[in-house]
Design a protein around this ligand. Structure first.
Ligand SMILES: [Zn+2]
Length: 345
């Protein structure tokens, strides 16, 4: 409670602005790049127990609320504009960029009409291998499998483990445990065949897991409000890939989008995007494909001098309707600003 009051004072009574002014004097205004995945109808989100989409999901009304709050405190700009301003050393106003990874169909169905209504630019980072198919990305296939099992527990001989499936969160735990097993014991190019062997039809997407069709993606690509970026071909974790495979994952994702959509791909989002998930080799491969920016999931606000292929992002809020102060606190990069104080203690 005390923490909440302090945050509230920071944001509404000025110290937040003073802290940001101080930071701005040092390195100019900042650009907060937000990232999200699913954007589901409010009633789907409300049904938590049945939801296999708990991670990385936002509801339509939360997106609308976020846009309203962002419009008050930030200038919402495209990723192209952000890269241009950061490169020219010319960030004058606190700005925000909206980005969405993985190319789920709900981004077209639920999010795009909201972006159009409020005239908000956004970037969609796409894994071309699943566009226009009924396939799931490997991690989604694992989640689908653990949610499709009727029993409350399952034993998987391959891992030698029993998995508790007695609630939605336990099913998630089981799925993430299995993903860790896959990454530790199999090459990324084997992931799908291992999952298929264990799960068969159970790893196919349910309706809410579908990805966009090429036709839908083409509509987005032709809209000046929207930027299409690449997110690797199969969403394999790049640092687990051989050099050849990571080159393929990057290059194929770019060229297949360029060919199908007849556009140039200039922006990339690293799968998972943590600091250990990409390296100099991947950045060199992006540069050789003329990609001018790479976004990660390393938290923070971007300022002039930032490495364009290591841009930071903050997660799209899942609770803005309940806690808009916390939302502003995080997208303003206050936790990262306070980090030096914490670590000097
Ligand atoms: Zn992703």
């Amino acid at each position: 409670m005390l923490k909440k009051v302090i945050k509230w004072i920071f944001i509404y009574c000025g110290p937040w602005s003073i802290a940001r002014l101080f930071k701005r004097r040092q390195s100019g205004a900042g650009i907060s790049i937000l990232y999200g995945h699913r954007v589901l109808e409010d009633q789907v989100i409300a049904n938590k127990e049945d939801s296999r989409t708990i991670t990385g999901q936002t509801s339509v009304s939360e997106v609308i609320e976020s846009i309203k709050v962002l419009n008050k405190f930030y200038k919402i700009i495209s990723i192209e504009k952000a890269v241009e301003l950061l490169s020219n050393g010319d960030v004058k106003a606190e700005s925000a960029v909206l980005t969405f990874d993985d190319g789920f169909k709900d981004n077209f169905k639920n999010l795009y009409p909201v972006l159009k209504k409020y005239n908000i630019p956004a970037t969609f980072y796409i894994n071309a291998s699943v566009i226009g198919t009924n396939k799931s990305l490997w991690f989604q296939a694992v989640i689908n499998f653990f949610f499709a099992i009727k029993e409350q527990e399952i034993n998987i001989p391959l891992t030698g483990e029993s998995y508790d499936l007695s609630s939605a969160s336990k099913r998630y735990q089981a799925a993430f445990g299995f993903m860790r097993y896959l990454q530790a014991n199999h090459k990324p190019e084997e992931f799908h065949s291992v999952i298929d062997e264990i799960a068969g039809e159970k790893c196919l997407p349910v309706e809410s897991d579908y990805h966009m069709s090429w036709e839908e993606l083409e509509i987005l690509a032709n809209d000046p409000l929207i930027t299409i970026g690449a997110h690797s071909y199969n969403h394999y974790p790049l640092s687990f890939c051989s050099e050849d495979l990571s080159n393929f994952e990057i290059s194929e994702s770019i060229t297949s989008l360029e060919k199908k959509l007849n556009i140039k791909i200039r922006h990339f989002s690293y799968p998972r995007g943590h600091i250990e998930d990409f390296n100099e080799h991947h950045i060199a491969c992006l540069k050789s494909n003329s990609v001018i920016s790479g976004v990660s999931t390393i938290r923070g606000v971007n300022r002039v001098g930032e490495d364009m292929h290591r841009l930071k992002r903050v997660g799209f809020p899942q609770n803005i309707s309940k806690d808009r102060v916390d939302f502003l606190w995080h997208i303003g990069g206050i936790p990262q600003m306070l980090q030096p104080l914490k670590s000097s203690k």
